[in-house]
Each structure stands twice: as C-alpha cells, then as structure tokens.
Design a protein around this ligand. Sequence first.
Ligand SMILES: NC(=O)c1ccc[n+]([C@@H]2O[C@H](COP(=O)([O-])OP(=O)(O)OC[C@H]3O[C@@H](n4cnc5c(N)ncnc54)[C@H](O)[C@@H]3O)[C@@H](O)[C@H]2O)c1
Length: 259
Amino acid sequence: MTLSISGSRNGVLANKVALVLGASRGIGAATARALGRAGADVVVAARDAVALEAVASSIREEGARAMAIPTDILDDTQVARVVARTVEAFGGLDVAFNNAGSGHLPAPLADLTVQDFDDAIGINLRGILVAMKFELGAMLARGGGSIVNMSSTAGLQGVRGMSAYSATKHAIIGATKSAALDYAAKNIRLNVVAPGPILTDRLRALPVERRAPIERAVPMGRVGLVEEVASTVVYLASDAAAFVTGAVLPVDGGRAAGA
Ligand SMILES: NC(=O)c1ccc[n+]([C@@H]2O[C@H](COP(=O)([O-])OP(=O)(O)OC[C@H]3O[C@@H](n4cnc5c(N)ncnc54)[C@H](O)[C@@H]3O)[C@@H](O)[C@H]2O)c1
C-alpha cells in the first residue's frame, strides 16, 4: 500500500474522497481512474491485491492520490475496515461507488444452483447493503456525500437465463431508492447506474457470432465503453447532480427505453 502526497486539486471532485468497491478491473477500475482525473482522492477495493495496486498506481501516475485496500465484500469486517481506513487516510468519505458484482452462467431458473442464488445475493445485494451501512455512517459524520450503486438493465427488465442476477439488480434499485428517502434531508444522495452490455474483457473474449446479437439488441447498434459508465458515475457523484437522488440512470444505448 502506497500513498502519494501529490493529489490533483482540480476538477469537479476536487478535495473529495472516493471509495470504489469492485475496482480491480472493468467498469470499476475505469471509474476509479475517472474519479481520480476529476480530482478526488481514490481508495480502490476488491479481492485481488496485485490488480488493485496496479489500478491505484495508474491513478497516482495521473496525479491523484490513491490507495489500494484488498477487501472481500462478503466479509462484513473487511467492509467496515475499508471504510474506516479510507476515513483514516484521507480524512473522510464523500463518494462511494458500489460496483462489486457477480453473474452466473445463463440458465433457466430451475437449472441454476442454490450456490448461484447465494453468490448473486451475497455480492450484488447483501454486500452492497453492508457497504452502504458503513459508508452512510462515515458520510453522516462528514455532513454529506454521494453513493452510486451498480445495477444493470437486468435490474429494469427480465433477462432470459439470468433470474438470480436480475433479482439482485432489481433489489439494489429498491434499496437505493428507499435509502435515498431516508437520507435526502441529510445531504446524502444515493443513485443507481444501470448499464447495458459494456465492452469489458468478458465481452471482448466472445466470438463475433455471439457478440453480434448482443450489439444488435442495443438501439445504438453497439456495446458501451467502460469510460461511458465512468463518466456517468462521476456526474452522479459531483455537484452537477446536486438535486438528483433516488434516480436510476440507464447507460445502455437506449436498450431499456423499449423494444
Ligand atoms: N460489463 C457489463 O456489460 C455490465 C452490464 C451491466 C452491469 N454490470 C455490472 O457492473 C459491475 C462491474 O462489472 P464488470 O463487467 O466490470 O465486472 P467484473 O467481473 O470485471 O468486475 C467486477 C468487480 O467486482 C469485484 N468483486 C467481485 N466479487 C467481489 C467480492 N466478493 N469482493 C470484492 N469485490 C468483488 C471484482 O474483483 C471486480 O473488481 C458488476 O456489478 C456488473 O454486474 C456490468
């Protein structure tokens, strides 16, 4: 763990402290970098210490302060600890992006395993509820903050073969909207991003014949970029969204707008 002393002091998140849970790769890593570029001090958390340190180091190379804290979102003690250590290192917590997530292989519900149910609920729902609990505590102490939770277009509509995943992505929207009501008068905003298919390694690894129908299902005719989700999270985290709470923002090329 290294902590640089030369942070970026410009940008829409200057002087803010951000925590990204699920930051070792994909959308989470891209968003952690975008938060750093926007001027925030960034704590990156996930299980893979080596990958995390690489993300933290790339943020520091761009001039922001960054720290990697290996964390398993399934372990409540580790989740409490990452929030406490963020506050200790940077003086408080202003922004949290709860991005950690897990899918299962597509299959009709009766063919999914009970372990598939537990994995999806444990990480995508229970883990994020626990994370919010501790993040909200830190934000109350700070006098405000902004939480962005990760859902999916699978949280807005059914997706064949993805019933357990889709259940958790719907549930996190309900949890976020309810908490947004609880904390609206306390200067803490809670919102959700709901991406459609995004070009991460998993999608990149698919053969053309499997990727093409995914692209065709998006009205814009393409998949999204991790940077396009990241910029939406930066917006929701920033004062540009000061009157936005309890909102669900699809980042999906129009897919959730209808068939
Ligand atoms: N990629 C897409 O097309 C897409 C679309 C909609 C929503 N999403 C959601 O976006 C999020 C990130 O997706 P991605 O494609 O970048 O996925 P990914 O699998 O590449 O990244 C998931 C992140 O969560 C972390 N994580 C998983 N289990 C964890 C645990 N137990 N403790 C701590 N961290 C854990 C991983 O380490 C990783 O950093 C997920 O919640 C996913 O459901 C992705």
